[in-house]
Design a protein around this ligand. Structure first.
Ligand SMILES: Cc1cc2nc3c(=O)[nH]c(=O)nc-3n(C[C@H](O)[C@H](O)[C@H](O)COP(=O)(O)OP(=O)(O)OC[C@H]3O[C@@H](n4cnc5c(N)ncnc54)[C@H](O)[C@@H]3O)c2cc1C
Length: 503
């Protein structure tokens, strides 16, 4: 079958455009399809973590994006009586070499991603084009599209990524069910600007009020996000009117100090698709998982999906890894995303109660267990291409050192495997393996202590092998560990097998 692209991406939201940009940077040919003609002008996501910033760094837009973001410096959880139950500082330059928590205006990042797409060869985003049908052909997929004038076209590709959002037609067409986490809850989201008022001293406050759970969040400039849970008796048509916003935001922000520029109701829900891969079709982003936005991780998780999938596709397309590597997309990402969906659904139970007695019990529990803060730590990947089954340091996100000259290590390593090793161990590798490492364009070997000491110290190891998505493939202390780990790098294993076969 002749193909139009290696990959077709359905959905030009933030996950689809990130996937497209990463595919282009990896040298693959890809076509994105977005049914809307214009970019969505309003925000849903407002928070990114350091890992997401590192992905934007790999696309060359992190510095530009940073200028229109602010670090989120702290988070409070307060109760009905305005007692601060939790105060968590979040203003840290984290181990990803970026702030661990930043706030932003979603259209800013979507515009930057589209700029990357426009300037990267091999990829394009077709706006105003709807995917109406797709079929698997055995060796690939055929996607039927229709544009605004009603013209139909059939596109062929090796792989399809369904990044078509929570109501994913790709997921439905494959008959994939979702598992539900927690209870669905409708919330009113209000975005606007502060007028002549500084707002709260704390950057994010979750108001765990049983009369009406709510949220306040400072955004760049004078922008503010507020969210209010709908409670029994609310009329969904009335609650989105300016008068209703003025009424319910009293006690959060006086109406004369705030101008709303949009209000919309979203149902906060927890869902995980039961399968993420069907032959050559993959689900990513909200199509695969949706979390109540209490930890601001839904889009971060979708961007992780794109990162995880794209480097694997690039290796398989180049013939340096077997197709089975693509099975590790679901096995690694699904448990990781499930952790965040479950955590957010649990936090929603804590924040959303409307029962004063339950709220009193919760407040007492938090007072007695202050160490259980509102901030969660990202888990390890599920089983896949890493040694997490033999060592708990593997399968976790590795650090990004900032070097003595102020540069970040990824800018030198790029999206490649990284072998960071004590020189004495490296010297003991068989010459053929050293040669394979040397010649492999997908792997960077670093032995200079000035560049790798922070990585080795953080893992408390003499060798650390990281994957192109910066997750740790494995760690070790001996030459045998190094040899074993290097042979788990698919392109190195591939060339080594070839070397053995031809001698
Ligand atoms: C109130 C709220 C606050 C949130 N806050 C955060 C936060 O702070 N941090 C965070 O990380 N996440 C947050 N999230 C979650 C985040 O917004 C979503 O996870 C993210 O937007 C999902 O992106 P996506 O690209 O997967 O899907 P979408 O943004 O839904 O994009 C899907 C795209 O596919 C297109 N499409 C669908 N079908 C077709 C078709 N057949 N053909 C062509 N195009 C099609 C649609 O038009 C759409 O543009 C929040 C969510 C909400 C509701």
């Amino acid at each position: 079958m002749s193909i139009d692209a290696d990959v077709i991406v359905i959905g030009g939201g933030p996950v689809g455009t990130t996937a497209l940009a990463l595919l282009g940077r990896a040298g693959l040919k890809a076509i994105g399809l977005e049914r809307d003609t214009e970019m969505w002008p309003t925000a849903r996501a407002v928070h990114f973590d350091g890992e997401t910033m590192r992905t934007l760094q790999s696309l060359g837009v992190a510095e530009e994006f940073r200028k229109v973001t602010i670090p989120m410096k702290d988070v409070d959880v307060v109760n009905e009586a305005d007692e601060v139950l939790v105060h968590a500082p979040t203003d840290l330059l984290g181990d990803q070499a970026w702030n661990d928590h930043i706030s932003f205006h979603q259209p800013d990042i979507e515009a930057l991603l589209r700029k990357v797409i426009d300037t990267t060869p091999g990829i394009e985003l077709r706006c105003g084009v709807t995917a109406t049908e797709f079929t698997s052909t055995g060796s690939g997929v055929e996607v039927t599209t229709v544009d605004a004038s009603g013209t139909e076209q059939v596109l062929r590709a090796r792989w399809l990524i369904g990044a078509d959002g929570a109501r994913s037609e790709v997921r439905r067409a494959l008959g994939i069910e979702t598992d539900k986490y927690g209870e669905d809850a409708p919330w009113l989201v209000v975005d606007g600007q502060l007028v002549g008022a500084p707002g709260y001293a704390t950057d994010m406050i979750q108001f765990a009020r049983y009369s009406r759970p709510a949220l306040w969040l400072r955004l760049p400039g004078d922008r503010v996000r507020m969210e209010f849970m709908l409670v029994p008796g609310d009329n969904p048509e009335e609650i989105v009117t300016p008068q209703a916003v003025e009424r319910i935001s009293r006690g959060i922000l006086p109406a004369d100090k705030f101008t709303a520029d949009r209000q919309a109701i979203y149902t906060f829900r927890g869902r995980i698709a039961q399968r993420w891969r069907e032959g050559n079709v993959f689900l990513a982003g909200d199509a695969a998982h949706q979390a109540p936005p209490l930890f601001g991780q839904g889009l971060c998780a979708g961007i992780r999906d794109a990162v995880n999938l794209v480097w694997k596709m690039a290796l398989v397309a180049a013939g340096s890894a077997e197709d089975s590597l693509l099975d590790t997309y679901e096995s690694e990402r699904k448990p990781h995303a499930t952790f965040w969906v479950e955590s957010a659904a649990d936090q929603a139970v804590v924040i959303q109660t409307l029962d004063p007695n339950v709220a009193a019990g919760r407040d007492e529990f938090i007072r007695k267990n202050p160490e259980k803060s509102a901030v969660q730590v990202s888990p390890a990947l599920g089983p896949g291409l890493h040694e997490g089954d033999r060592d708990e340091r593997a399968g976790k996100l590795g650090i990004q050192p900032i070097l003595a000259d102020g540069t970040r290590l990824d800018d030198m390593v790029g999206s490649h495997f990284l072998v960071a090793a004590d020189r004495a161990l490296y010297e003991q590798l068989p010459p053929a393996l050293k040669r394979a490492l040397d010649e492999d364009a997908d792997t960077v070997t670093l032995l200079d202590p000035l560049k790798i000491d922070q990585i080795l110290d953080a893992a408390n190891a003499r060798v650390v092998v990281m994957r192109p998505d910066h997750y740790i493939l494995g760690v070790g202390d001996t030459a045998a560990d190094l040899e074993r780990l290097v042979l788990r790098i698919p392109p190195v294993a591939h060339t080594t097998n070839l070397i053995t076969a031809t001698h």
